[in-house]
Design a protein around this ligand. Structure first.
Ligand code: SF4
Length: 360
């Protein structure tokens, strides 16, 4: 089961999502709870690389309202970045002070060696010894692994020496194996404005959604489709499934959407050069941001030149196209009157890519 909430009030959305899955039933007041965001680099969340502090704040408020007192945020930035810089640039220093929370830099934490599936991997003790682990990744693109979300975010739970080791032995298997050792109880995915092109951000695309679930393979395979990839294209998802970490998304997976009726509309302000290029063929009329973001993800995957060669026509999207007959491709249920339609409300980028493939 995956729950999704749409909107712009990130703290409130997160709190509602946690209530929607009754997290309190899994908690005890004496638990030692660790929250693991993505602070890969010292860039504010609006650039599309790091977890919005308001989402983590929503989690903290929920836990403290329940009565949890032993609460830690743990993370280590990527090799070459100081975690301290990321903490202050991303607004976590304020958060830590305001709520009286401990922060553990996983670059400096003690390591315990674990053996699994023929690999020996060093993992930070703070994470291993937690009673309840909440993973808070950003849904975004990645230059080596195509996407990064729940499974890959756990790479921040190991020190720099281990990160280098992972790159030496190929990223996919160690990421999957790490997920057999560390098993977060919950994943809260920041799908607010992830960058579909690079893990370090700079090309944010506003989708204004947050997702929650407990199976990282299910969540990552669903999110891969949102970004335009079949789960089979992402090797670490395939490996994690093979190692029994979870199950792949399929058409029977239950998806519950909250605040669907209040989905924010598109705002084309402050688009990066790359995103502007991708949007040049779009004819948008009152589209929801989640729908529009998915179209940008699909165009990013297809490549704008390839798309242009194939269609030479604008792509219709938005509620302004309801009951309008039109040639070419329409995105989402609002554009059913188009010659070719990617159905869904919103569709996934995979649905859009398939509609483009059908175009003659
Ligand atoms: S298809 Fe749905 S998500 Fe897309 S613009 Fe229409 S109402 Fe919004």
């Amino acid at each position: 089961m995956i729950n999704i909430i749409y909107g712009t009030e990130k703290l409130d959305m997160t709190y509602k999502l946690l209530q929607s899955v009754s997290v309190e039933k899994q908690l005890r007041r004496d638990m030692n709870v660790v929250i693991k965001p993505n602070l890969v680099v010292a860039k504010p969340a609006y650039e599309g690389a790091t977890t919005h502090p308001e989402i983590v704040e929503g989690i903290i408020r929920f836990l403290q309202d329940f009565g949890i007192t032993k609460l830690v945020i743990a993370e280590g930035s990527w090799v070459g970045e100081k975690t301290d810089r990321s903490i202050s640039c991303c607004g976590y220093d304020t958060l830590i002070k305001r709520y009286g929370i401990k922060f553990i830099d996983t670059k400096k934490d003690k390591i315990i060696k674990k053996n699994a599936h023929g690999l020996e991997l060093g993992v930070c003790v703070t994470i291993l010894e937690s009673d309840f682990l909440i993973n808070v990744p950003v849904l975004k693109g990645h230059c080596q692994t195509k996407i990064t979300c729940c499974l890959k975010n756990l790479k921040g739970c190991i020190p720099d020496s281990e990160k280098r080791h992972y790159h030496n032995i190929g990223l996919h298997k160690p990421i999957a194996v790490l997920n057999t050792i560390l098993k977060p109880n919950l994943h809260v995915i920041d799908g607010i404005c992830g960058d579909p092109t690079f893990e370090e951000g700079g090309n944010p695309v506003a989708a204004n959604r947050i997702l929650i679930g407990s199976d990282p393979v299910l969540l990552d395979s669903y999110c891969a489709r949102l970004l335009g990839y079949l789960p089979e294209e992402i090797e670490y998802i395939r490996c994690a499934k093979e190692y029994g970490v979870g199950n792949l998304y399929n058409s029977n997976t239950k998806i519950y959407e909250l605040q669907k009726e209040n989905r924010p509309k598109v705002s084309n302000q402050n688009q990066s050069r790359i995103v502007k290029e991708l949007t040049q063929l779009i004819d948008e009329r009152n589209a929801c941001s989640a729908c529009y973001a998915t179209l940008i993800f699909a165009l990013n995957k297809i490549g704008i030149k390839n798309f242009n060669k194939k269609t030479h026509k604008s792509i219709k999207i938005g509620q302004g196209f309801r009951n309008v007959k039109s040639a070419g491709i329409g995105i989402g249920d609002c554009t059913k009157g188009c010659e070719y339609n990617a159905a869904g409300c919103p569709p996934s980028a995979i649905d859009i890519i398939n509609a483009v493939d059908r175009f003659k």
